[in-house]
Design a protein around this ligand. Structure first.
Ligand SMILES: [Zn+2]
Ligand SMILES: [Zn+2]
Length: 305
């Protein structure tokens, strides 16, 4: 098939249009810029952090934002959290550093062991009753917050795509999780005002489009993706939604846009109802509803345990 815009061979089709490599890049980047502008995700002078695992999605987002720093007049940092799990992240990290060198991107690395005096593996040996995901999640969030303080980051960008988001929304509706449901959208952090806002520039780009964009730009790690599995329920929802997409092309996009409209109206009411007051952690200053934040609590527990 030929590209709908020039004489080259097409590598991608969506609805009635075919795209060659160059026209796909143009389509993808213009769509992303449109999302950014429509939802005011970026303002001049923003210092944006991208949490980068080394996987293709976050690499692609970092690459994109870096490519457009002058256009938006922003500064961009890649923030890489190293959990210290042997043999797991090493190769993804190498790919990330290679990309950073190639495109002159600043990457800051934060290691668990530098801040919590222990590696995740060792922490798990001591703390048998705590799940690895719990500790890992709490510490990752804390380090992202630390990075924002160190680097003056005022927004974090994540690489969530159309398909991820719709799955999350359906799961939240199913689980009656209204609070998280209202947190969805390309711009979040409105409810917890003390936290740094999260932006999702790839919000309306599909999983497939992100994949193609990262492959074309040589951003995908050779050794595969993060080995954490998605979870059975998400996989189930994902496959059902794709079944519908295969029959009604554009289903994800249409449904997400409509749900977003409903959520935006509901958000205002909910915010007024739930004015959560956040304190600062007595030890480290992290915003929390408790006296001492979870990250410090775990750190103390490990020290005493
Ligand atoms: Zn073309
Ligand atoms: Zn703390």
């Amino acid at each position: 098939m030929k590209c709908s815009f020039c004489n080259n061979n097409a590598i991608y089709r969506y609805k009635d249009l075919y795209y060659c490599k160059d026209h796909f890049i143009k389509y993808f980047e213009e769509k992303t810029i449109k999302t950014i502008e429509k939802y005011s995700l970026i303002k001049e002078g923003d210092i944006i952090g991208v949490g980068v695992s080394g996987g293709k999605d976050s690499n692609a987002l970092l690459y994109f934002l870096n490519k457009y720093t002058e256009y938006f007049n922003i500064k961009v940092y890649g923030v890489h959290i190293d959990e210290g799990i042997k043999g797991y992240r090493d190769k993804d990290t190498l790919k990330l550093l290679e990309i950073a060198r190639l495109y002159n991107i600043e990457i800051k690395i934060y290691k668990f062991e530098d801040y919590f005096n222990t590696r995740l593996e060792d922490a798990l040996k001591i703390s048998r009753d705590m799940k690895s995901c719990t500790i890992c999640g709490v510490w990752r969030r804390w380090l992202m917050w630390k990075a924002s303080k160190d680097l003056d980051i005022n927004k974090f960008a994540t690489a969530h795509n159309l398909n991820d988001e719709l799955q999350t929304i359906i799961m939240n509706i199913f689980e009656d999780n209204i609070k998280d449901l209202l947190k969805t959208g390309p711009y979040t952090g409105i409810i917890e005002t003390d936290f740094i806002p999260r932006i999702k520039p790839f919000y309306f780009n599909s999983e497939k489009e992100n994949y193609i964009y990262s492959i074309i730009n040589n951003l995908a790690p050779i050794y595969g993706e993060c080995s954490f599995i998605n979870g059975e329920f998400r996989e189930y929802i994902r496959s059902k939604l794709y079944n519908i997409e295969n029959i009604y092309e554009g289903f994800h996009e249409e449904l997400l846009k409509n749900i977003l409209e409903i959520i935006n109206n509901a958000k205002v009411d909910f915010k007024n109802m739930n004015n959560i007051k956040l304190n600062k952690c007595k030890i480290c200053g992290y915003p929390t509803t408790r006296e001492i934040c979870r990250a410090c609590e775990i750190r103390l527990e490990l020290k005493n345990g």
